[in-house]
Design a protein around this ligand. Structure first.
Ligand SMILES: *[C@@H]1O[C@H](CO)[C@@H](O)[C@H](O)[C@H]1NC(C)=O
Ligand SMILES: *[C@@H]1O[C@H](CO)[C@@H](O)[C@H](O)[C@H]1NC(C)=O
Ligand SMILES: *[C@@H]1O[C@H](CO)[C@@H](O)[C@H](O)[C@H]1NC(C)=O
Ligand SMILES: *[C@@H]1O[C@H](CO)[C@@H](O)[C@H](O)[C@H]1NC(C)=O
Ligand SMILES: *[C@@H]1O[C@H](CO)[C@@H](O)[C@H](O)[C@H]1NC(C)=O
Ligand SMILES: *[C@@H]1O[C@H](CO)[C@@H](O)[C@H](O)[C@H]1NC(C)=O
Length: 571
């Protein structure tokens, strides 16, 4: 990024785009949005409006246009927090030109699977030109690129106290593309249920930060909220309460909402561990179910329970489950996450089909079990994901296109790519957004002292600066960086429900989004500066709040109103 002058930043006229575009210049001319502004879409060639394969393209572009009007006029904000107190920062009537139209130019056809893209299918780049005479053009190869161009455009505009909408930044030239193709958030809807409006709000904020994958960790040990048409008993008995279920239609609505804004929604069925909730309807399939009180020998958290590892009944159950949910999910995603984290070998001591915790006994059974799952996912033409333990701890051989999701360390990322697999990052010391809120377990008087001050396993809370300092390529050999697809911020939900979801995720997930879109290093190869990121992130927070998201504040107005007075002095 080239700032037009240091003044632009420190006098509170920050060109506050988030995530930061790759190439960006701006000026100091004022432009106003005409109340009757028109956004015109033009596809070059025979695709686009009216052609056969373009139903989704039209849906994406029309929605992007509507969102742009809505953001500019209804979800904007007066940026007083970013200017010295009582300063005369707003442009005066009569200064500057009006923007009466915006031209969108799509220069290539969308891929046929634009609603369920795989890595590499969609060109997400765009160019934006906003001349001082009010001429605005966004050019992109895909409808998603146009959406991103419009998203960036809205961040150039502010609400005036007189009610009008203006930008103090013309002329603007931007050309932009993401560093990583996989920019996601993992949402756990088992430990606590997330109502649809909250999931929509999450997707909206993700799209506004140019994130493109929602990993829906839809089931786990504690509850099974997913309705499965061939086995209604799973949710009827496994949900926490009758009204906390996702119907087939609910799932489709979430996937569609995401696909329209470039956020592909894919599901994780975590197994064979993290499946205790199946025991509420199928007790014979689960080993070590809710073993108490010494649960910690058999699982990472209560209730314990693993699908039995060597059981024909479990295999039939999986066959039937996958035959129902794969066709349900597949029209709107190319991915299926097969889980595989935190399998506790001791659970199989209590598994009547195994009765062993020896890895020599268990490893071949796990290979066979995962082969079964992989076969069904591959037969459906989908790409499987697994957690790193399946590859790095269990030494499984898997289809070469399997995406391996790491979480335990940077060394895991290097180990995964060294084995030739594609990796997602999300080191729990940086990108687990649920960490640092203290233990959710209770302690008896007899051992409470030993756990004081009751920190959780991944404390402390990972603040935005820490999340922002994480480089997905740290420790990855230069010849393997292409195998790091990107990563995800994680929202495990022992202590996160719809009441605190927004503020738990935002704005820290925005810090993650910028690492994934713009890269962890700046154009000089240096760590990105907190000094320039902080006011931009504060502004993104205000824009999220204007969208109805209860994102947490980054700094108090004293800091954002006037330059770098809240910086720690350089020594
Ligand atoms: C802004 O900060 C500068 C010092 O960096 C100071 O001289 C000036 O008075 C401040 N202005 C306001 C309005 O606080
Ligand atoms: C940014 O500008 C450089 C230099 O002109 C160019 O090589 C690069 O392709 C541009 N990047 C994008 C994403 O447009
Ligand atoms: C395996 O089980 C035995 C009891 O049968 C136990 O003593 C041992 O600690 C277990 N191994 C692990 C690694 O937990
Ligand atoms: C995987 O391989 C490592 C290294 O050879 C070994 O220590 C470990 O026990 C193996 N895991 C299993 C489940 O067999
Ligand atoms: C850049 O960030 C990394 C990761 O946080 C850190 O280890 C390193 O010391 C930083 N480099 C500088 C020059 O600050
Ligand atoms: C990267 O280079 C190392 C060392 O030369 C080599 O062992 C490894 O196979 C290479 N990896 C890839 C993916 O080419």
């Amino acid at each position: 990024m080239k700032l037009s002058s240091a003044l632009a930043l420190f006098a509170g006229c920050a060109s506050a785009l988030w995530p930061l575009p790759v190439n960006y210049t701006s000026g100091h001319d004022v432009l106003w949005i005409d109340n009757n502004i028109k956004i015109n879409y033009k596809a070059q060639g025979s695709y686009g409006y009216g052609s056969q394969s373009s139903a989704w393209t039209n849906k994406i572009v029309n929605n992007a246009i509507e969102r742009t009007y809505d953001t500019l006029f209804n979800k904007n904000f007066v940026p007083w927090k970013f200017h010295p107190r009582f300063s005369d920062y707003e442009p005066h009537n009569g200064h500057g030109q009006y923007i009466r139209s915006i031209d969108l130019v799509q220069t290539a056809a969308d891929p046929a699977n634009i609603n369920k893209p795989a890595i590499g299918d969609v060109d997400e780049s765009y160019k934006l030109s906003m001349k001082s005479n009010g001429q605005v053009t966004i050019t992109a190869k895909s409808s998603i690129g146009l959406l991103y161009g419009l998203t960036t455009l809205t961040q150039l505009f502010y609400e005036h106290t007189n009610g009008q909408v203006y930008s103090p930044l013309a002329p603007v030239e931007i050309s932009d593309a993401p560093k990583f193709p996989w920019r996601g958030i993992n949402l756990d809807s088992s430990r606590t249920f997330k109502p649809l409006p909250d999931i929509f709000k999450l997707i909206d904020a993700m799209a506004y930060n140019k994130m493109n994958r929602l990993h829906w960790h839809i089931t786990d040990a504690q509850a099974w909220p997913l309705e499965v048409s061939s086995m209604p008993e799973l949710a009827d008995k496994g949900a926490y309460v009758a009204f906390q279920k996702y119907s087939q239609d609910d799932v489709k609505k979430v996937q569609e909402y995401g696909s329209v804004v470039g956020v592909n929604v894919f599901m994780e069925f975590d197994n064979p561990g993290h499946t205790s909730s199946i025991a509420f309807s199928h007790p014979d399939l689960i080993a070590a179910f809710n073993h108490q009180p010494d649960w910690n020998t058999y699982c990472a958290e209560p209730p314990c329970g693993s699908l039995k590892l060597n059981s024909p009944a479990v295999y039939s159950f999986l066959e039937k489950l996958f035959n129902t949910i794969i066709p349900q999910f597949k029209p709107l995603t190319s991915y299926f996450h097969l889980g595989g984290d935190e399998v506790n070998m001791n659970a199989y001591l209590l598994d009547d089909t195994v009765k062993s915790n020896s890895s020599a006994v268990l490893q071949p059974l796990m290979q066979k079990y995962m082969n079964r799952n992989m076969k069904q996912v591959k037969a459906a033409g989908m790409t499987p994901l697994v957690w790193e333990e399946m590859l790095l701890d269990w030494n499984l051989t898997m289809p070469k296109d399997t995406i391996v999701q790491t979480w335990l360390s940077d060394e895991s990322v290097a180990a995964v790519v060294n084995k030739g697999y594609r990796a997602l990052v999300g080191n729990y010391n940086y990108w687990y957004l649920d960490c640092g809120h203290g233990q959710w377990l209770d302690f008896y008087q007899s051992n409470a002292a030993g756990f004081w001050p009751f920190s959780d396993y991944c404390a402390p809370l990972h603040n935005w600066r820490l999340a922002y300092s994480y480089d997905p390529l740290s420790g990855v050999p230069a010849n393997s960086t292409h195998l790091v697809l990107g990563g995800e911020g994680h929202t495990w939900s022992e202590q996160t429900d719809q009441v605190n979801l927004d503020a738990l995720v935002w704005p820290r997930a925005a810090a993650i989004s910028e690492v994934l879109w713009s890269g962890a290093k700046d154009e000089h190869g240096l760590n990105r500066s907190q000094i320039t990121a902080s006011p931009r992130l504060s502004e993104m927070r205000e824009r999220l709040v204007a969208r109805g998201n209860n994102a947490a504040p980054v700094q108090m107005p004293f800091c954002t109103q006037n330059g770098t007075q809240c910086a720690w002095p350089e020594s």
